[in-house]
Design a protein around this ligand. Structure first.
Ligand SMILES: Cc1cc2nc3c(=O)[nH]c(=O)nc-3n(C[C@H](O)[C@H](O)[C@H](O)COP(=O)(O)OP(=O)(O)OC[C@H]3O[C@@H](n4cnc5c(N)ncnc54)[C@H](O)[C@@H]3O)c2cc1C
Length: 148
C-alpha cells in the first residue's frame, strides 16, 4: 500500500511457509490466482505469474495445465516476494516497546541477529503505531493483558 509507511521485524532468519509440512508432491487447495496479490491487483510485480516468468517457469507451468501449485513452489514464491520487500527485516528480534512522551512516539528496541541466531547489533526505531502478530498460539505480553 503506497501510503503505508511501515517496517516489519521478524526474529526468524527468513520466510518459511509451514516448515515441516511441505510434503513432496502436495499441492495447495486453491488455484494460483489466489496468490498474495492477484485478486487485489493483477498488475502488481508480486504475482505468482511474475514469479514464474522471473524464474523461467512460465511456459512449463502453462503447458502442464496443473493450476494448483505444489506447496513447495508456493513457499518459494512467497520467499521470493519476502526477499524483495525492503520493509521486511528478518533476523530482527524485538526486545522492548516503550512510549516516549517527549517525542510523542513509541520506541522499539531490537537486536539484529547473525546467521547463527547470535546478537550482532542493537537498534532502535521510532513509530506512531505498533502492530503485534500474537501468533497462532496467542502470546500476549504481560503489560498488554489488561487491554485484551
Ligand atoms: C498448517 C497451518 C495452516 C494454516 N492455514 C491457514 C489458511 O489457509 N488460511 C488462514 O487464514 N490461516 C491459516 N493458518 C493460520 C495462520 O497461519 C495464522 O493465523 C497466522 O499466521 C497468525 O499470524 P500472526 O502474525 O498472529 O502469528 P505468526 O504468523 O505466528 O507470526 C508471529 C511471528 O512473530 C515472531 N516473533 C515472536 N516474538 C518475536 C520477537 N520478540 N521479535 C521478532 N519477532 C518475533 C515469530 O517468529 C513469528 O514468526 C494456518 C496455520 C497453520 C499452522
Amino acid at each position: 500500500l503506497t501510503p503505508l509507511d511501515a517496517v516489519f521485524y521478524e526474529q526468524r532468519p527468513r520466510f518459511d511457509w509451514h516448515p515441516g509440512l511441505l510434503i513432496d508432491g502436495a499441492r495447495i487447495q486453491v488455484p494460483f490466482l489466489a496468490d498474495l496479490v492477484t485478486l487485489a491487483d493483477p498488475t502488481s510485480d508480486w504475482t505468482f505469474l511474475n514469479y514464474l516468468r522471473t524464474h523461467h517457469r512460465l511456459y512449463p507451468f502453462y503447458f502442464a495445465e496443473r493450476f494448483h501449485t505444489h506447496r513447495a513452489e508456493y513457499d518459494a514464491y512467497c520467499r521470493w516476494v519476502a526477499d524483495n520487500l525492503p520493509a521486511l527485516h528478518f533476523r530482527h528480534q524485538v526486545d522492548a516497546v516503550r512510549w516516549n512522551p517527549e517525542r510523542d512516539l513509541f520506541e522499539v528496541d531490537f537486536t539484529h541477529l547473525d546467521a547463527d541466531g547470535e546478537a550482532e547489533a542493537l537498534g532502535r526505531t521510532h513509530t506512531r503505531n505498533v502492530v503485534l502478530g500474537i501468533g497462532t498460539e496467542p502470546h500476549i505480553p504481560d503489560p498488554l493483558r489488561p487491554l485484551v
